[in-house]
Design a protein around this ligand. Structure first.
Ligand SMILES: [Zn+2]
Length: 453
């Protein structure tokens, strides 16, 4: 067992992966997310290096030496959550601008704040986001922001897994810079941090990326072999703007520009026609549902039930903390299920298991990482969380899947392992100094607010 201090030494992601490092989790309930009926009431899990080597019930067949042993009594292990759409550094703006109409929120509060950001500010904001994500069971996040070099640095240091893209706005003053920085980001960070980093291109949205700019983004995607992450059909205002300008919906505009010839992850997709849903399904566009952000900004309710029925893979994201206001995937999964039940007036839509699937397997799938993460089975990367299920709100244990979807909370996450490394144990973060991160993020947020806003 490692103490806090030694682990911080081991965890500074720059050290090469120790292929022989072993972690054994015993006496644990296992929800592998490989199928709705797969559950091991008492079993074990063997991790070697970055990978899950063995999963089973009872005790492991081989005696393991020199490994770390984690007693899983009273705990449940499941795959870590995949937050498939966020802007982690926006934690700096948490609680800074609430209850405002979307355009006023964006133009009068968020954009002026963002104008003054430095790379170091984004680093501390991202560190705060990562601390919060690990503490609530997220092991992978997909981020779109600026100063992505500093975001990648935070990912490398903390041991979390991430899919990063530099937000690209083709109508603003930084259109060229965004193309350049995206290219640099890919050449510097693609596959780095022991393979925990994946780089995408981030054409921001239909209303910020007109077709000639999109073409340049697509050329870059083809040249570098990159997937894309975008915002799509988030608000009615966006749909109206695009219709006025191009005579078609945002989905049709992207489709006709050829964007969907590439692998695309599209956040929001709130306002869709039946035809849009067909287009997304036909082109295998991965959709990221952000129910709390959509509710808080008054954007509307996505037609998730219809998307799923059409065969679209729907993942979950928190969006930035300025519109949520936390990065808690338990809340997101629960809200996704409850919102569709209320909307369809049918409690059968989005079951507890489906909600957990959206938060894990589907996230891995839309990000093109489903061969590596998203479920627990031998050969997969060891991105797992241990949840303390021996608490009043998990009893009686009629159905732990229902409890996880409808009753669990972020603070139930006890231990987090990413890429085979223990990054949190007994709720102690081991790969970052939580106090320093809170203080530094607070310091830069205060400076930004005092900076004449
Ligand atoms: Zn967003």
């Amino acid at each position: 067992m490692h103490g806090n201090r030694e682990m911080v030494g081991e965890m500074t992601g720059k050290h090469p992966v120790n292929k022989n490092r072993r972690v054994l989790v015993t006496n644990v309930k296992i929800l592998p997310m490989t199928g709705p009926h797969d559950f091991i009431p008492e079993g074990f899990l063997v991790i070697e290096g970055q990978h899950i080597r063995e999963v089973g019930s009872g005790k492991p067949s081989l005696v393991r030496e020199n490994g770390q042993i984690i007693d899983g009594k009273g705990k449940l292990v499941m795959p870590g959550f995949v937050n498939a759409h966020t802007h982690a550094a926006m934690t700096l703006m948490r609680g800074y601008a609430d209850d405002l109409p979307l355009m006023e929120w964006l133009q009068n509060k968020i954009e002026p704040f963002e104008c003054n950001l430095t790379g170091q500010d984004v680093y501390w904001g991202t560190m705060l986001g990562i601390a919060e994500m690990i503490k609530s069971g997220t092991t992978t996040f997909a981020d779109m922001y600026i100063f992505m070099d500093d975001v990648a640095r935070a990912v490398e240091e903390t041991g979390i897994r991430a899919v990063l893209c530099r937000g690209m706005n083709g109508v603003g003053p930084n259109a060229e810079k965004a193309l350049r920085e995206s290219r640099d980001l890919a050449s510097k960070w693609q596959g780095k941090a022991d393979g925990r980093l994946k780089i995408m291109l981030g054409p921001h949205a239909p209303y910020t990326c007109p077709p000639p700019y999109l073409r340049r983004v697509m050329d870059l995607a083809s040249e570098l072999g990159l997937d894309m992450h975008t915002h799509l059909s988030e608000t009615m205002a966006e749909v109206e703007t695009i219709k006025k300008e191009y005579g078609k919906t945002p989905v049709a505009m992207f489709a006709e520009a050829g964007l969907f010839d590439h692998r695309v992850v599209a956040a929001h997709c709130v306002h869709l026609t039946d035809e849009d849903i067909e287009t997304l399904a036909k082109n295998k566009v991965g959709v990221v549902h952000n129910p709390q952000s959509n509710m808080k900004l008054g954007s509307g309710i996505a037609r998730v039930t219809e998307l799923m029925a059409a065969g679209v893979t729907v993942a979950l994201g928190t969006d930035g903390a300025a519109s949520n206001n936390n990065l808690d995937m338990f809340e997101e999964a629960r809200t996704a299920a409850l919102l569709q039940k209320a909307r369809k007036m049918d409690p059968r839509v989005i079951t507890a298991y489906q909600a957990l699937e959206m938060a894990t397997v589907n996230g891995a799938r839309v990000l093109g990482l489903d061969q590596e993460i998203g479920c627990i089975k031998p050969g997969m990367k060891a991105d797992i969380i241990l949840i303390d299920v021996d608490q009043p709100h998990f009893h009686p244990p009629h159905n732990l899947v229902a409890h996880l979807a409808y009753s669990a909370q972020a603070s139930d996450v006890d231990t987090v392992i990413i890429d085979g490394k223990v990054v949190m144990q007994n709720r102690q973060l081991l790969s970052l100094n939580e106090r320093t991160v809170i203080e530094e993020a607070g310091r830069v947020a205060l400076r930004l607010v005092e900076g004449g806003l």
